[in-house]
Design a protein around this ligand. Structure first.
Ligand code: ATP
Length: 587
């Protein structure tokens, strides 16, 4: 496929205001893409040259991209930057400059562009900047203006068209399986591999049967299994037919550990590779894992080596950084509490019952005995197989024990359950600390826009935030609240700083809202919100249907930003909100 053809589709996708037409355009596109290019097309649509979880970035600063544009069109870099200052979009600046070249359509194939971009991403060492600048400008002089606009946005990292992964799967299903309702068939593979390119390639080559055979592999993150909420131990045991597998709930961050021989890779809750951030976890895995290949699920916590205490989340989270890693590692070394095993020496364990997985987990991780080895290595991975019980009192006791240890509570699991990648269901239930006398949980919301404030607030440009949750079925963001009070001036400044970078001039296609804020933003920033109650409301679109009102948050307040560990699609879902609403009345 010609790149210019792909660019025509990107142009259409960018302009469309509705999600259904996103799916239609995508499936039209997919009908004309061949097997050898489908993976590349899918990555390029997401503005990347690799699946989301691989940390392959273009590594080009704005000024170097401007230099490429300048070189391609024979103007000074300062001139490009001046125009950028006026237009605010380097893609458009390049488009305008290139229109003078009168290239109507070019012969460059998607693969040519993709391969050059991949080379740019991979080039390192001496003279890298020059190599990157000249490779990009080499592409720019060969393509038409529309292609130029979309091409420039890829290294800039601004080309996200706001197309969620489920929407791409809808497009696959509509074009290759006859109906977008067949997305479900593809979701299983997506949850196990997290790689849309791989799914595309397999679907094109082997059809639905091939996709169904895709299983977990070392090196590709598995979408995390998630927990539901229930109010107390008695309700949980009833739900579990009397027997529960109880584990402590640690409040750090989730780390999925992949080991293959001497190579260890780590992935976060939102599937980003974090291998370089936590060297001690790599070392711990190499020292303690007695198998050649393994995938583990764990929660990492910072540990104070002097007082031998685990630290609260606010401290642990300081470890999530790209620089000063060694220094932070000394100050706040991590331990990983390993609570699951999904793969062991050539065999996927996701369909093996929890009880058996826990037995394998114990056998696979060497514990205190490694302290006896002469060079006394530290125990860093701590297996958490938990215990099985049929007694409400025992669960209560463990819950209180957890609280007295400063932990968040328990995760109670169904003993015979399989590991359901990407699912949130009652196989896992979280039981959290009481706050203000009641069991409750926070809601993770996505900022969708903001409303200008009056008076003193106007200085910061914001009076209220329009926030939403995620509708998993429709792959849409729907509104639940306007948050006005409870934010400090400092928080407003912070939000403003972040939101201004992702302002857009019209409602994004995947946002469904009745309310119209002063400014729309791309749905990217996730915040944790505490509210008093969930109520029904006709003005909010979460869970709203033609006949039923939506759901809304009463007295919402900001708890913290969830950057780094949650993608917008990982925020609270409409389903969860409806369940929480139901639980309120039971109390
Ligand atoms: P979620 O991850 O479910 O979207 P969240 O980020 O708000 O929600 P919580 O609701 O606090 O997190 O609880 C779930 C998280 O608890 C898991 O994602 C995992 O990181 C952590 N966790 C800690 N201990 C365990 C355990 N024993 N089993 C499973 N998860 C655990």
């Amino acid at each position: 496929m010609r790149f210019s053809k792909l660019a025509e589709y990107l142009e259409k996708l960018e302009a469309t205001p509705s999600r259904l037409s996103l799916i239609n355009i995508l499936s039209e596109l997919f009908l004309v893409v061949e097997e050898k290019e489908i993976a590349k097309v899918v990555y390029l649509i997401s503005g990347r040259v690799a699946p989301f979880y691989l940390p392959i970035e273009m590594g080009m600063a704005e000024k170097n991209i401007a230099a490429s544009i300048a070189r391609a069109y024979g103007v000074e870099r300062e001139e490009v930057l001046r125009r950028y200052g006026q237009v605010g979009d380097l893609g458009k600046v390049a488009e305008e400059l290139s229109s003078k070249l009168k290239i109507q359509s070019s012969k460059l194939e998607v693969s040519d562009v993709f391969n050059t971009l991949l080379e740019i991403a991979k080039s390192t060492g001496e003279g890298t900047v020059e190599k990157k600048v000249s490779a990009l400008s080499g592409l720019l002089i060969k393509v038409d203006p529309i292609s130029v606009k979309h091409l420039v946005r890829i290294p800039l990292g601004t080309s996200r068209l706001g197309i969620g992964d489920p929407t791409i799967l809808d497009g696959f299903a509509q074009s290759k399986l006859g109906d977008r309702k067949n997305r479900k068939v593809l979701e299983g593979a997506y949850n196990k591999t997290s790689d849309l390119g791989l799914i595309g390639e397999t679907l094109w080559r082997e059809g639905q049967k091939g996709v169904e055979k895709l299983d977990v592999t070392v090196g590709r993150p598995i979408r995390s299994q998630l927990a539901e909420r229930l109010p107390d131990p008695k309700t949980i045991l009833e739900k579990f037919a009397g027997v529960a597998h109880v584990q402590f709930k640690y409040d750090g961050f989730r780390v999925q550990i992949h080991k293959q021989g001497k190579t260890v890779r780590l992935f976060s809750r939102n599937l980003e590779e974090t291998t370089l951030m936590f060297p001690e976890l790599i070392e711990g895995t190499l020292n303690q894992i007695k198998a050649n290949e393994v995938i583990l699920d764990s929660e990492a916590l910072a540990f104070n080596p002097e007082s031998e205490e685990f630290l609260p989340f606010q401290e642990t989270t300081k470890r999530r950084r790209k620089y000063g890693i060694e220094e932070m590692q000394k100050k706040l070394p991590l331990k990983a509490f390993v609570f699951d095993i999904m793969y062991l020496d050539g065999k996927s364990l996701i369909n093996t019952p929890l009880k058996t997985r826990m037995e394998l987990l114990k056998k696979t991780i060497a514990g205190d005995e490694i302290l006896k080895i002469e060079d006394r290595k530290d125990v860093i991975l701590i297996p958490q197989p938990g215990e099985i019980t049929d007694s409400v009192e025992r669960v209560d006791l463990l819950f209180n024990d957890a609280l007295s240890k400063g932990l968040e509570g328990l995760i109670v699991k169904r003993p015979d359950s399989v590991y359901e990648a990407g699912a949130r269901n009652f196989n896992w239930v979280k039981l959290k600390r009481h706050s203000s006398g009641e069991l409750q949980d926070t809601i993770d919301c996505v900022i969708l826009g903001y409303v200008f404030g009056r008076g003193k607030r106007a200085d910061f440009g914001a009076g209220a935030l329009l926030v939403g949750v995620y509708d998993q079925e429709k792959d849409e963001f729907v509104t639940v609240s306007k948050i006005g009070t409870g934010l400090t001036d400092e928080e407003w400044r912070e939000i403003h700083k972040r939101a201004d970078k992702i302002k857009v001039d019209k409602k994004p296609a995947r946002v469904n809202s009745i309310l119209e804020p002063s400014v729309w933003v791309k749905p990217e920033i996730v915040i944790e919100v505490l509210a008093d109650e969930i109520t029904r409301s006709p003005v909010h679109t979460a869970g709203k249907s033609e006949t039923e009102p939506g759901y809304a948050l009463r007295f919402p307040r900001l708890v913290r930003f969830r950057e780094g560990d949650k993608r917008p699609e990982d925020s609270t879902t409409v389903d969860e909100l409806v369940k929480l609403f139901g639980q309120q009345f039971k109390k």
